[in-house]
Every structure is written in C-alpha cells, then in structure tokens.
Design a protein around this ligand. Sequence first.
Ligand code: 6PG
Length: 472
Amino acid sequence: QQAEIGLIGLGVMGSNLALNIAEKGNRIAVFNRTPSRTDEFLGEAGGLAGQIIGCHTIEEFVAAIRPPRPIIIMIKAGEAVDQQMAALLPHLAKNDIMIDAGNANFRDTVARFERLAGTDVTFIGMGVSGGEEGARHGPSIMVGGTEESWKRVEPVLTSIAAKFNDEPCVAWLGTDGAGHFVKTIHNGIEYADMQMIAEVYGILRDGLNMSATEIGEIFGQWNKGRLNSYLIEITEKVLKATDPETGRPMVDVIVDAAGQKGTGKWSAIEAQNLAVAASGIEAAVSGRVLSSLREERIAAEKLFGLPALAEAPKDKAAFIADLENALLAAKIAAYAQGFAVMSSASEEFNWSLPMPTIAKIWRAGCIIRSQFLDEITSAFTRDPDVANLVVTPAFAAMVKETDAALRRVVAHAALSGLPVPALSSALSYFDTYRRGRGTANLIQAQRDFFGAHGFDRLDGKDVHHGPWAGQF
Ligand code: 6PG
C-alpha cells in the first residue's frame, strides 16, 4: 500500500513529525540524506514502524507515495531547501506538492512558489510551531499555498494538528508565503512574550532580591490566572530546576546572552516595511542583541556602576499583583501589534489572512498557546476587521483595568535602573495610541523648516508651508 505523504529530513523535528503522522494512522514514506539515519529512525519508531516506509533512494521514496504526492521537506532553512527542491523536482509528476515545513523567510517561500509555478509541481510553505513535543504530539500548523494543494494535505494535517476543544489547530491561510509569514509573526510575538517575562523576572530577582525558586512559585500562581499559557508554565518549571553540577538553580548558572535564528528579526523588519508599529517585537529583538554583548555590558557596569534601587514597594503582595497585570497589559500591546502587522501584510500581499482563524489555531500546539488566545479569537470573531485589538470591547476593558499597574511597574523599574524595554514600549504604545493630540505637529514643522516638506493644518486651510523666521 502506498504512503499518503512523504517526509524528507529525519532530524529532531522531522522524526517527530513523521512519528506523529504514522501514529494518527497515515502511512508515510521517509527519506534522509544519510541513509543510515533512516534505518536508525525505523528502529526508534517501535510499533509505528509498520506505518512507515523507509527509503534509501529518492526514486524509491517517490514511488512509495500515492500521487499527487505531498512531500514535506523538514531541513535547515535556507539554501539547503533550494538544493533539496532541485534534487527532488526531476522525480516528481503533475500536481505533486513540495512542502517546506521549516522556519523559512516568507520572501524565500514566495520566490520558491513562483519558481515552481512554471512547472507541474506546486509548493506549500508551512509554518509548524510547538517545538519537538508539538511536532510529536500535535503542533499548530499554518499553511500557505494553492487551495487545491491544501485540499490534498488537509486530512493528514488535520489528523496530526493539536486540538483546542476538539478543533484542529491547522488552517489554510492563503497563497504562497501566507503560512510562513504568519509563523514569522507568531515567532515575533513569542520573542515579545519571552522578553516581557524575562523583564518581570529581572524586577523580582534584582529589584526584590528573590530567589529563582521563589520567582518560580509566583509564575506558577500566575499560570492559574489570566496569564495561563505554555510560556508561563515552562517559566515556573525552568526557574525551579536545579543544576546537577552545582546544586544551584539552573537559571543561575546560565550565561545571560540570548540566541536567535532570525524569525523575530524578520517580523520586526516586515513590520517596518509595512509601516506598522511593532515596538514590543522590536524591543524584544534589540533586547536579545544587547544581551549578546556580554563583555561590553560587564565593562560598562564597571564604568558606570548600577543605579541605586528605588525604595522597596511598601506592599510587596500588591506590587506582585501589579507585575501580573503589567505583564497582561504588555502582552495585549504585543499581540495587538502582531495582528496589526498581519492585517497590513494581508492587504499588501493579497492574502485575505483570516484573523479569527489565526488566533484559533494558536490556541493549542504552538509555543505562544494560551487562554488569552481564546479571548483574542472571540474578539476577532465578533469584529474581524477591527483596526486594532486594543479597541475591541473585551481588550479595551482589560487595558483599562491593567494599564495603571503597567505604569507603576515601569516607573518603579526606571527609578531602580532595571531595564524593561518591552514593558516600557508597551506603555508608550498605549500612551501614544490613546492620545488624540500628539506631538508630531512639531516634527512636521521641523521638516517643513529644513526641507519644505509641507504639513496639513488642523483647520484644513490649503496652506502647507510656514513662514519660519530665520529659516535661511
Ligand atoms: C516554535 C518555535 C520554533 C523555534 C524558534 C526559536 O514555534 O515552535 O518558534 O520555531 O523554537 O525558531 O527561535 P530562536 O532560536 O530564534 O529563539
């Protein structure tokens, strides 16, 4: 019996995805560049091996799949994908589908889609979120490609996706790069979420002098409330873990320099390209960049010293409650920004991205999964074309309830010299967005002064330049 789908690349993510596919009752053919890995994988598959056809050559692999053949390519993003696609193409037939499931830049996906448009073969760019565990037991899957190719893969992908209230966390989001774009923004939001959590950890550790275990306890409490989410859940676990080498908390022995593979940066770049303010995502990317300058930071601390801490909050419990609300408020800003980027991209690239569906398929399986996304789903279902998530009734109410806490937390952190770039960006975002009369009138005047760039008048008069005293 032929396989329903094929998969190339038996690394951690590929292997787990293949096992998930097999476990859900789909026959799958697998191929790996190093054939011994394929044999090893079949050994690891245990009882699922019967559903898996291990292939040592591309010819064997292609012949093992039922046409039109969907083939998932799960290898390192970048040039390797193009090489693999080129090697595969001559073996494929009409309507076969190459599926790139890596963290590709959506611009590469659009280019690949267009390149294949001249052939018989079609292309799907598929964002897969959820890390190793998600791939194995149920990821969130964001699909971009033709509707016809989606129909071919829909049953298999539906069977392997995470479920939220029995609804599968997979959807077709539009043509060419739509799926990878949405995955990129998912990751941008993931960066913002993680940065904001880390900033709150910093306030507790350096401002309140709490131990990792104590802070873990607080995150554990928060996970039972409105912040309930995978990232808060793992934060508790991570903070409570002990280093077997030293017996100290694991986080206390880890170097404070964050890695990054590019998706967060791409989401900030695309936000800028689309002229959408995504200051929370940008702050998170810059935060990682500054974190990586460890030597420079250590030298600068020697040069400047650290500011004295502000007076400790009088009511510690109330301050910790403020931190919880501040995190919620800042999270709202970051998600509002991420969704605003997607809505602008949807127009720019003619995708018709379905906002309620995107929120829906992020409710389970992916790294940013949370209760909160269910609330976003409801808000967008009520009002799919709303200009900004923060003005939907439910989120406006949440902002009104929490922004004072965010203000107190940011103020306290600023007075204590504790860096909170993402939290403070969220506060500035709200403060700017809610103020009807801003200060860009001055910028317009300056632009007109030095470059005759022109301005509009509040009274609508058709006069667009000043007389400026002392201009030339
Ligand atoms: C996911 C993750 C996943 C990966 C990121 C991490 O949704 O499952 O986002 O795709 O862990 O690429 O990105 P950085 O290495 O850039 O932090």
